[in-house]
Design a protein. Structure first.
Ligand code: ADE
Length: 321
């Protein structure tokens, strides 16, 4: 006899009705824009807009990066989008220091990247404001940056556009790096054999902030992990002084200064931080501190600036707001 008159169920059917779908069904279900409520704009780039968005099913907040397909195709930027997706997928197994890519989807006009929402904004806004930012904060966040760069190197990725705008803070005030559109995957053949044309294309498509670009990137020579070490030097300089090491009235003049290593330290600049910056801001990428280290950046870890850091347990971030 049927349990409910007129409804015929086979055993397998009944079983599938009784047991809830395994969690992976929900986790792997293809999302669309209608799964989210889109809120305010939290970031804008030349080719994308980032929105704060809420998953309507879980109420969880995400940062959703939206790219207009037509614009990307017209400007020939599709390879950068695909690169960013690939890098974010490679980094998705890293629990710290990088935004996580939860999923991607598209509609007829747009591409969507669903990312970790970094609640506490950009490092840049705290460097500009100064406030309680001090040498202790610089040391802590320089340490997190070194750990993030070690992880990137371990995954064979060069960020190539590291700057305070691309360093965000999560809800616990740990850093999260974003914006991997300019990144290079060292092990990937397409990147390894970057021919002259491609190098020229990369140089001409430079849209980043001039202040952090390495001399080798400007000179069109091979860029590697050491390009991120140059940016680290610029960022530490800025964290200590609130100023850019290379500043001038135009991008062209900034590039000239970078190529001539023309910069100075303010008088009251912390002495050990100065020594560290001088060892990172070296024109020859092979001579930069850390450039010849194998896995961890041991020579950076051993620098006097980090003498009181326990690299295995860096502890909680200092208060600075
Ligand atoms: N701006 C750009 N990306 C962001 C993110 N993941 N979280 C917060 N603000 C952002």
């Amino acid at each position: 006899m049927d349990a409910v008159p007129g409804v015929h169920l086979r055993v397998g059917q009944l079983h599938s009705m009784m047991t809830p779908p395994p969690p992976s069904d929900e986790a792997t279900r293809k999302r669309s824009a209608s799964d989210f409520v889109f809120g305010k704009v939290i970031g804008e780039g030349s080719f994308s807009t980032v929105y704060l968005a809420k998953d309507i099913h879980t109420n969880k907040e995400f940062a959703i990066k939206v790219l207009e397909k037509r614009h990307m195709i017209r400007e020939k930027k599709m390879e950068y989008v695909l690169r960013e997706k690939k890098v974010l997928q490679i980094l998705s197994g890293c629990p710290n220091y990088f935004v996580k890519l939860y999923c991607t989807f598209q509609d007829t006009e747009r591409l969507y990247f669903v990312l970790t929402y970094a609640k506490n904004g950009e490092l840049l806004s705290f460097l500009n404001k100064k406030g309680l930012w001090n040498i202790e904060c610089t040391k802590y966040y320089a340490t997190e940056l070194v750990l993030a760069l070690e992880e990137l190197k371990f995954k064979e990725i060069v960020h190539r556009d590291l700057k305070p705008e691309n360093i965000l803070f999560d809800e616990n005030w740990h850093i999260l790096l974003i914006d991997f559109g300019s990144a290079k995957i060292v092990s990937s053949n397409e990147d390894k054999i970057e021919n002259e044309d491609e190098t020229k294309k990369r140089k001409n498509s430079f849209v980043g902030t001039a202040q952090y670009v390495s001399p080798e990137l400007l000179k069109n020579t091979e860029t590697g992990y050491a390009s991120d070490l140059w940016a680290l030097g610029c960022i530490i300089y800025q964290m200590v002084s609130g100023l850019h090491p290379f500043h001038a009235g135009s991008e062209y003049l900034i590039f000239q200064k970078i190529l001539k290593l023309e910069y100075e330290f303010p008088e009251n600049f912390d002495k050990t931080a100065k020594d560290l910056v001088e060892k990172l801001l070296v024109l020859n990428p092979d001579k930069r501190l850390g450039a010849t280290d194998i896995k961890p950046y041991s020579s950076i870890r051993q620098h006097e600036f980090f003498s009181d850091i326990d690299w295995d347990n860096i502890g909680p971030p200092p208060k600075f707001i």
